[in-house]
Every structure is written in C-alpha cells, then in structure tokens.
Design a protein around this ligand. Sequence first.
Ligand code: GSH
Length: 235
Amino acid sequence: MMSQEQPAAVKLIGWFGSPYAHRAEVALRLKGVPYDLIMEDLSNKSDLLLKHNPVHHKVPVLLHGDRPGICESLLIIEYVDEVFDGPPLLPSDPLARAAARFWASFMDKEFSESMWMALWTDGEARAAAARETKANLTLIEGQLTEGKRFFGGDTIGYLDIALSGIAHWIGVFEEIAGVRLLTEEEHPALCRWAKEYAGDETVRQCLPDKDRVVAVLAPRKELYVSIAKAMTAQN
Ligand SMILES: N[C@@H](CCC(=O)N[C@@H](CS)C(=O)NCC(=O)O)C(=O)O
C-alpha cells in the first residue's frame, strides 16, 4: 500500500539581513522546497532557537519535521542538497566537491577575518588588512572558470551560495564602514559574477534590500569595532 505520509514540514529560523540565513534560504528556493521562515529577534532569542542551536545560539537553523535542528549555514546547504530533489547544488565530481568545500571554508575563515579587520580597524592595521582582503578576493576570483557564469558552472551552486556575502553584503559593510574593498578595476570578473548572482530570479526572491540591511546593521557598528579589537588582541 502506498504511504499516505505527508512530506515533513520545513522551517527556517533566520534573521533579517543575515548573510548566513540567506545561504540557507536560497538553497531551499533553488531546490524548490517550500518552507516557513521564522524571523528571530537576536536581542531576545527564542526558546526555539536556544533549543535547536544550544551551542552557538545563532541563526540560521533548519527544522525538518520533528528532527533535531540543523545548524551552520554551509551544513544546511549540504543537508538540503542531499535530502531534497531538485537541481544539485554540490558538484558530483569528488575533486570538484572538495575544492568547493575548501573555498567555502576559506570564505568563512581567511576571507572573513581579513575583511572584518579591513572594515573595522584603523590606520596601518586597516591598510594591511585591506591589502590582504584584496589578495583574498583575487584568489577567490581565480576560481571562476572563464566562460562560465557561476562558480558552480552555468547555474548557481554551493560555492556561489557560500560566497553570496561577496555578492551583496560586502557592499553593505563598505557603506557602513566607509571603505572600498571590491572594485570593478581590481576584480572585474568577480564584480560581473556578483551582478549575475544578485540579479538571478530565484536569488532575488530572498535577497534583502541593500538599503534596509544598511539601516539595520549600521547601529551595530560599535559592536563590530569591538569584535575587531578583541580579534587584534587575540593575535
Ligand atoms: N557560522 C555560522 C554563523 C552564523 C551567524 O554568525 N549568525 C549571526 C547572524 S548573521 C547570529 O545568529 N548572531 C547572533 C549572536 O551572535 O548572538 C553559520 O554559518 O551559520
């Protein structure tokens, strides 16, 4: 007898303006998975978030039926890709898959750290971090194959989603900090990709308006500066 079981409902705990929540949301949209978006108040975190992300208390968290929550945006993309039908997000070739994961990790570690220091420190520390960030952008740009629209080939894939912070949020942070890091002159191919990514029909449905993100994140500038100071003290 055919199972009458309904597909488990998918819910995403997110936050307006979060580049990490965007990753999870765009993965669901690209796979064609219906979901409910639960907007978290990060200044007053819900019991739902604390229960499902007991270690970091951060968004995004993906809830699939009554299973435990899935945390960490990159892991959510992988989960969504494995569990649901729809166009594949990760490359099928193991070598290409390993490379995509490497660059996603580079984005979240080396690139993010250098960008943070370039945005929120001053003087020589800022200048050195800006040089490092631009060099990291060049390394990332080098992963774009000539003639292909996206890092994933002709369609948006895992690495494009992982790098979506470069396509949209870097401009937000540049505006708040008054610093330019990504320019057409220095990184033309990356700028071309960023426009293609942000202009994609599916992406556009869940890409928050830039001016609104600036308005929401600008009051957090002091916090960002203090995080950069703490990072400097650690190194
Ligand atoms: N590595 C995490 C980062 C998630 C993250 O930093 N989320 C921020 C919002 S953009 C957050 O929830 N912050 C709340 C807090 O730090 O208290 C991921 O990829 O999901």
